[in-house]
Design a protein around this ligand. Structure first.
Ligand code: FES
Length: 112
């Protein structure tokens, strides 16, 4: 496990999202889901190479702006279509700092 600091609690509020990059260049989307937890997922849509941060997030469901694929941000599972998902990264918080571990986790891709 190799957690590294990716942002602070102040960077992502509940109902908000932002994209960050790890030291090895992995793009990570951090979301403040309803209830106040933070979640971290791959930042690029598994459909085509669109940045998910440019989409919509309502606190529960993430919608890609390009073709409106939707993902459940409690677990990354595809809602529409259901046969896709986004990779979740372990996340932990220490004080005000947010850490993720992307080691060994590959982003999902789907044929278009
Ligand atoms: S690129 Fe995201 S839905 Fe098509």
């Amino acid at each position: 496990m190799a957690f590294e600091k990716i942002c602070t609690l102040d960077d992502v509020w509940e109902g908000d999202m932002d994209a960050f990059e790890t030291s090895c260049g992995t793009a990570v989307l951090v979301l403040g889901v309803d209830g106040g937890d933070l979640k971290a997922f791959q930042a690029i849509c598994p459909h085509q190479e669109i940045e998910l941060v440019e989409g919509e997030f309502d606190g529960k469901v993430l919608t890609c702006k390009a073709h409106l694929w939707q993902f459940d941000t409690s677990n990354g599972q595809g809602l529409n279509p259901t046969d896709c998902q986004i990779a979740a990264y372990p996340i932990k918080i220490e004080g005000e700092d947010v850490f993720v571990d992307v080691e060994g986790i590959e982003p999902f891709t789907a044929h278009s």
